[in-house]
Design a protein around this ligand. Structure first.
Ligand SMILES: *Cc1c(COP(=O)(O)O)cnc(C)c1O
Length: 375
């Protein structure tokens, strides 16, 4: 927890509330009801006949893309939204870069009858018009942030400032396993449902554990969500970061160094003097210079391995999965698919590989069209 002194009491209150409610029967019942009836859990673990045949081993997709809102982020926003209610907070705030977390939070606020304010850099508001409009449709207020580089890190600063002045009434809902303790722990907890379901499903379908579980890593929530259930098993855990292009990328674990960023100590993309570098990826959800501390731990302890995939490899995988299986993955998730395609020689016929398909690609269609993809 690396935060200003002023923020410590609020984080302690949050940690206490989380520990109190997470195992409470009423809380779990309400959350499970919403996950099932509102969000659409459990999601299928789908066997891909066509690409399995072509690549030469058994490939399953955990279909988080089929959730309401189109991605895994809603597992976390529903959990934290209910927590905010239990804590008697009157308002939810969030910050968002690409807008996906903002949309999931706006949906949750509408469902739970709580007003939502989403802080967003002015540049991102301009770049992510569709998601801004979606947030507004769900009744959220989008606050454009005009300071600094007018992107995510400035939105985080503004959200923090607002939070510190309204700490009694306001719940700050963080979207990945990042930020100061207890946030990484809370977000992981609410995403662990992905792994729990996957483990049960694969044991039922195959009668044994998979060879490997592969997931993309932005902040690291969908990946730790699916990894967590397999940590004790003899299963390869592989995280895939944004390799970007020749000039810029988001390989935080691959090329970053240990530093303090947004309240926690972890690998981070920074200069020798500790200035945070800008990250790049074709997928806005992986375009982040930090990563959750749990992944730094899994990397250093060698329990998980981390690779990277470039923008063009991700695009190729998106097209491949769409044509071969009729499933359009989010650009983020396409990184995990691309990793498996690229490393197919490493797997043998009897191997079982599970890919976490964190989201659907409909949100990326306008960007693909604008970039002249397929032409
Ligand atoms: C936000 C997002 C990600 C990256 O976030 P993680 O916290 O690393 O999971 C990945 N996939 C999709 C579809 C997203 O929306």
């Amino acid at each position: 927890m690396f935060v200003p002194e002023m923020m410590v009491p609020a984080l302690k209150e949050l940690a206490n509330a989380f520990e109190k409610y997470k195992d409470e029967e009423e809380f779990k019942k309400e959350l499970n009801y919403l996950l099932k009836e509102f969000a659409g859990r459990p999601t299928p673990l789908y066997f891909t006949k066509n690409i399995s045949n072509e690549l030469g081993f058994r490939i399953y997709l955990k279909r988080e893309d089929l959730l309401h809102s189109g991605a895994h982020k809603i597992n976390n926003t529903l959990g934290q939204g209910l927590l905010a209610k239990r804590m008697n907070k009157k308002e939810i705030i969030a910050e968002t870069g690409a807008g996906q977390h903002g949309v999931a939070t706006a949906i949750t606020g509408a469902l739970l009858g709580m007003p939502v304010k989403v802080f967003m850099g002015e540049k991102d508001v301009e770049r992510q018009k569709l998601n801004v409009y979606r947030m507004k449709l769900f009744g959220a207020e989008v606050v454009p942030v005009t300071s600094g580089s007018k992107t995510l890190k400035d939105a985080v600063n503004e959200a923090l400032r607002y939070y510190l002045t309204n700490v009694e009434t306001c719940y700050y809902l963080i979207g990945s396993v990042v930020g100061p303790h207890p946030y990484p722990k809370i977000v992981q907890h609410f995403q662990e449902i992905i792994g729990k379901e996957t483990r049960e499903q694969i044991l039922k379908k195959e009668g044994k554990s998979p060879t490997a579980v592969v997931a993309c890593v932005g902040g690291g929530s969908n990946s730790i969500g699916i990894f967590s259930a397999f940590i004790e098993d003899e299963v390869k855990l592989i995280g895939v970061e944004a390799g970007g292009n020749e000039e810029k990328h988001g390989k935080t674990l691959g090329e970053g160094s240990v530093g303090i960023f947004q309240g926690s100590k972890s690998y981070v993309l920074q200069t020798k003097d500790g200035q945070i570098l800008e990250a790049h990826s074709i997928s806005a959800g992986l375009d982040y210079p930090g990563v959750g501390p749990v992944h730094s731990y899994l990397k250093d302890s060698k329990r998980a391995a981390y690779g990277s995939i470039t923008d063009s490899e991700a695009l190729e995988a998106l097209a491949y999965l769409s044509r071969k299986e009729g499933i359009l993955p989010a650009l983020e998730s396409a990184h995990a698919v691309a990793y498996v395609m690229k490393n197919k020689e490493k797997f043998k016929k009897s191997d079982i590989v599970i890919i976490c398909l964190s989201g659907r690609g409909d949100k990326d269609v306008a960007q693909l069209m604008g970039g002249g993809f397929l032409e």
